[in-house]
Write a protein that binds this ligand. Structure first.
Ligand code: ADP
Ligand code: MG
Length: 692
């Protein structure tokens, strides 16, 4: 052994050391721990139990619920030895409050004996005869047993191993763990130090009982973590807003002319939100603002207003849409409104000719004020903006936080002005309050909380999928009245291939049943050009019915469409159903949405569909979605930074977000010296929240 290795071996283990410094942890175990996000000794501390086994308290059978792992004390009243099958013995046990069937498997172990009492530990299930426990563990005396934590595990790491490693980490923490939050800054129930909280959760005592998810110790740690998350995004925001950005004027002649030509006037909400944006654009620092507005609330017009102010100031505007289909639709709308004003609108897409593309790129490089619209490819390719003043991102929820950051890099103006473009982010999926406060804490938020006048509520009904033929007459009537219909065929977890096939067969069936109607089809396997052609036909009313996959989910705007059928509605999230349904109800006639479902429906699915029928409020639906499916689903799986909270849970801990946010604000305001340690502990500095 070399000298340095020897001295290292005798040095005390530190929290920042790799787990391999702990006794008995070799490369193999280390690799398995890494799968649970445990690399350093400190990481073990935040690996909290998912539940506890209380082997110290005897539970009356009447109080036991299926799924509980409990200690019971029963007298055996009957036993039967089985000769075949896997079970060896079945016994009936009872206490003062009830009965339970006990199964013993395998060839070893003592059999239970009639007439004797036993202390048994195991998980309770419901079988044909009521409560059952398989392979119960015999316990000698309740007094000798304690509350054992059960950890989320991974192959190859036993519970005993987790317990031993975490106990070691706690010993290290005893000397080393910093108390970052003075407990006096917390409300009374949470006035617990971090170390005490960890001890409570990893090594609960009989006196305090089994910690539940609302235990102040867990909440205390969750608040610290949420606070760290908010500090991280705030820090990012403050780095961002310290930079310089072009200053736009308060008024724009282009915008005034557009308003004069518009067949309608902006709603009060649209005007207010635009005013909030324009106030930002008059500052010499980059705007970072999120506009939330339910489907159909008219976000596009607000974006156009902001864009025209940039154009007036001589700058270029980039609009990023989540799909090629939407980029094309935006390009069409912008062109319709802006071409009369002689403002150039360019679409950068995969299918334009090399010549056109060269011209557009040259114009951008030549600093000509213009609006350029595209998908994320806009920022990945070698597009050089000579004077980019404003970036607009539509349907933000489709992009991850990371993409947003990558995008702002693109914003440096290359010709030495040192200015960053302003950023406007628009989303139609209402972001539940708690998420907005943490994940989006770096954004100022404006809400368009009003729909344009004359919109009628969409009537939503449910229909069992095997009765879908009943819809044929309905479609026929709607189209006879000069309206159009969508039939959406989303398949969950299927390939685009299978989804496309389902849409194709639906289109074929409808064509056969409704020979007098013009039926179109759009799905993800078609080329962008094909999709665009079909969409343009539907928009121009050259098609009566559009059969589509979820490619039409966001943004598509055909006000004459008034009927929508959605297949597999029971398997879609509420936010997604709301987006889809938002494709109708855009005109001034009554609109209908039929949600098709398959029997049998789970209670949860029933409740979800009922909520869809009852409300059209995107915020209500988003909150319900968040509660049921968690933030990863609501914001899209790409928002991985969020899903990786160690202790906190944005749903369970929603009520604590305001406290965490207030603490974060306070720390940021006083530039608290503990910030680096806080970020180090919870966020992992320099990873996702690194450079802006
Ligand atoms: P979203 O917020 O879902 O992106 P859009 O911007 O696509 O909504 O607008 C939906 C429809 O409402 C479009 O046809 C648009 O022209 C129309 N619209 C927008 N603002 C108004 C308004 N103030 N009055 C009437 N119609 C409006
Ligand atoms: Mg839109």
């Amino acid at each position: 052994m070399s000298k340095s290795a020897r001295s290292r071996a005798t040095e005390p283990v530190r929290l920042t050391d790799p787990v391999t410094r702990l006794a008995g942890v070799g490369e193999r175990i280390a690799a398995q721990l890494a799968r649970r996000g445990v690399y350093q000794v400190a990481d073990l501390l935040w690996h909290l139990p998912q539940r506890y086994e209380d082997r110290g308290t005897v539970r009356p059978l009447a109080s036991v619920l299926p799924g509980d792992s409990v200690l019971i004390e029963v007298e055996i009243v009957e036993t039967r030895v089985l000769r075949h099958g896997k079970a060896r013995q079945v016994a009936l046990g009872q206490d003062d409050s009830g009965h339970i069937t006990l199964w013993q498997f395998g060839r070893f172990g003592e059999l239970l004996q009639t007439g004797r009492r036993y202390l048994l530990f195991g998980e309770v299930r419901v079988g044909a005869q009521g409560l059952e426990m398989a392979q119960p563990e015999r316990v000698q005396s309740a007094a000798l047993e304690s509350i054992l934590p059960v950890y989320p595990s991974t192959e190859g790491v036993t519970q005993a191993r987790w317990r031993a490693l975490i106990a070691e980490a706690l010993t290290v923490a005893l000397h080393e763990l910093d108390e970052l939050l003075p407990t006096t800054g917390l409300p009374p129930p949470l006035q617990i130090g971090a170390l005490a909280a960890l001890q409570r959760l990893h090594a609960p005592t009989r006196a305090l009982g089994v910690p539940d998810p609302t235990d102040p110790a867990r909440v205390r740690l969750a608040v610290e973590e949420l606070m760290a998350q908010v500090v991280a995004v705030r820090a990012q925001r403050s780095r961002w807003v310290r930079q310089s950005a072009p200053v736009f004027r308060e008024d724009s002649a282009f915008w005034q002319r557009l308003l004069a030509d518009l067949p309608f006037s902006p709603t009060a909400a649209q005007s207010r939100v635009l005013a909030e944006i324009l106030a930002d654009l008059r500052q010499p620092h980059p705007m970072l603002r999120l506009v939330q507005g339910d489907v159909g609330s008219g976000k596009t017009l607000v974006a156009v207003g902001a864009a025209l102010h940039a154009i007036d100031a001589g700058y270029q505007v980039a609009l990023m849409a989540p799909t090629a289909l939407l980029a094309e639709q935006h390009a069409r709308n912008f062109a319709r409104w802006l071409t009369p004003l002689c403002v150039p609108v360019h679409l950068l897409s995969g299918q334009m000719t090399a010549g056109t593309r060269r011209d557009v790129l040259a114009a951008l490089q030549a600093a000509t004020p213009a609006i350029v619209i595209g998908t994320h490819a806009l920022f990945q390719e070698a597009v050089q903006f000579a004077r980019l003043g404003l970036i607009i991102i539509d349907e933000q929820h489709r992009f991850g936080v990371h993409q947003r950051l990558a995008l702002s890099d693109k914003g440096a103006l290359p010709q030495g002005e040192g200015l960053r473009p302003h950023q406007l982010v628009m989303t139609a999926t209402p972001i539940p309050r708690t998420l907005a406060m943490s994940a989006y804490a770096d954004l100022a938020v404006s809400i368009i909380d009003e729909l344009p006048p004359g919109r009628r509520p969409i009537k939503t009904t449910l229909l069992r999928a095997d009765r879908r033929e009943a819809l044929i007459e309905r479609i026929s009537a709607v189209c006879r009245a000069g309206r159009q219909a969508y039939w959406v065929c989303p398949l969950i977890d299927a390939s685009t291939q299978i989804e496309a096939e389902a849409a194709e067969s639906t289109a074929a069936r409808l064509t056969e049943a409704l020979p007098h109607l013009r039926i179109g089809l759009v799905h993800g396997r078609m080329s962008a050009a094909q999709k665009q052609t079909v969409m343009a036909q539907f928009q121009a009313h050259a098609l009566d019915v559009l059969v589509a996959t979820t490619v039409i989910e966001v943004g598509v705007d055909v006000p004459n469409a008034s009927l929508m059928m959605i297949e597999n509605a029971d398997r879609l999230g509420l936010a997604q159903l709301h987006q889809l349904r938002g494709r109708v109800g855009r005109g001034s006639t009554d609109s209908y949405c039929v949600l098709l479902y398959d029997e049998p429906l789970s209670d949860r699915a029933k409740a979800r569909l009922a909520l869809m029928r009852e409300t059209q409020d995107g915020f209500v639906l988003a909150e319900a979605d968040l509660a049921q499916r968690g933030p990863g689903e609501v914001l899209g799986t790409r928002q991985t930074g969020l899903a990786k909270l160690k202790v906190a849970d944005l749903v369970r801990d929603a009520d604590w977000v305001p406290l965490a946010r207030a603490l974060a604000d306070q720390w940021v305001a006083e530039n608290h010296p503990g910030i680096p340690a806080l970020l180090q502990r919870w966020v992992g500095v320099g990873q996702q929240y690194g450079q802006v």
